[in-house]
Design a protein around this ligand. Structure first.
Ligand SMILES: Nc1ncnc2c1ncn2[C@@H]1O[C@H](COP(=O)(O)OP(=O)(O)O)[C@@H](O)[C@H]1O
Ligand SMILES: [Mg+2]
Length: 298
């Protein structure tokens, strides 16, 4: 999604628009599609006024409208973006949304700026596909929570990641400094440098430098374990090297507590991923016993 589509619609939104977006958000806890009559009951605005506004919001792709056995409304990811960005602006942590500078499997990553001109990274979590065409689910289906809506899943994912970043950063682990979080959005420090998977053999001197990098990564993984965290998706794609070539561990929503049943398995996989990467990329034999780190779990 282009940042323009978010910011442009942002400019055109008035108070009533935002009010309806947030009312829809609230009522989506109970309905996949919020019946218009519930919005009327909740806001006490008249039906005509609400319908006109909702049609405008739909045109701006901020909501879906569906005529099933009733006319209903649901937020799109762009509508959810607008609510999240507005909240960050009102908290005075965000002043401008910049271009997209990266995208992963489950997120869009944008540049952001505050009132002082400082730049940050905004990670927008996007889990699950919003597809309302084929679906027709009962209320109980939603209430069972086995099916979490994509917006809700994305928010949980952002909250989890933000909490992990806070705990790890506070404990001195090399992760981006978290700044703020709202809904499915996280603001954090930008790590200048590059993703580990992009580095080349020629970026490094001898085997000694490579061994140091590996040891630095192991050191950070150990610190995480000490504080009860296992990354859970550690690989060359979720490690950045900062400008001093020091590793920074990113992308935390799927982390695991060290006392969870699958801790040994997942920690082994994380370590193995890194060892495989070093062996393939740098053609060096990594002499490391994973048991050394696994015994920290006992
Ligand atoms: N703090 C950061 N500083 C710089 N680049 C980042 C930062 N966080 C993420 N990125 C970039 O955005 C990409 C996607 O972010 P990531 O957290 O890995 O999300 P995903 O779950 O979508 O993989 C990363 O691979 C990286 O290139
Ligand atoms: Mg990633």
């Amino acid at each position: 999604m282009s940042p323009l589509s978010i910011t442009k619609s942002f400019l055109e939104l008035n108070r009533l628009d935002f009010r309806l977006l947030s009312v829809i958000e609230i009522l989506m806890a109970k309905h996949e599609f919020v019946p218009i009559e519930e919005i009327v009951r909740f806001t006490k605005y008249n039906t005509k006024k609400i319908e006109i506004t909702l049609k405008r919001l739909r045109k701006m792709k901020l909501i879906y409208l569906a005529q099933k056995h009733y006319l209903g409304a649901a937020l799109t990811f762009i509508g959810y973006d607008a609510l999240g960005l507005k909240a960050l602006v009102e908290k005075n942590v965000l002043a401008q949304l910049g271009p997209e500078i990266g995208a992963g499997k489950e997120s869009n990553v944008h540049l952001g700026m505050n009132d002082h001109g400082e730049e940050f990274l905004i990670k927008i979590h996007r889990l699950g596909k919003l597809d309302f065409r084929a679906t027709r689910r009962s209320r109980t289906f939603i209430a069972e929570k086995r099916h979490l809506s994509p917006l809700y899943q994305s928010r949980l994912s952002a909250e989890r990641e933000y909490n992990a970043l806070n705990a790890l950063y506070t404990n001195g682990v090399s992760v981006p400094k978290p700044i703020a979080q709202n809904r499915h959005l996280i603001m954090m420090e930008i790590i200048l440098g590059q993703d580990l998977f992009r580095i080349k053999r020629s970026d490094f001197g001898g085997e000694e430098e490579i061994a140091i990098l590996f040891q630095n990564i192991v050191q950070e993984v150990k610190k995480c374990v000490q504080h009860g965290y296992i990354h859970g998706d550690l690989s060359e794609y979720n490690i950045r090297l900062n400008e001093d070539d020091f590793p920074v561990l990113i992308d935390w929503p799927q982390y695991l507590d060290t006392n969870e049943p699958r801790a040994v398995e997942i920690l082994t996989r994380d370590c193995q991923n890194i060892m495989n990467f070093f062996e393939k990329k740098f053609m060096v034999k990594i002499h490391y016993e994973i048991s050394e780190i696994l015994k920290m779990l006992d």
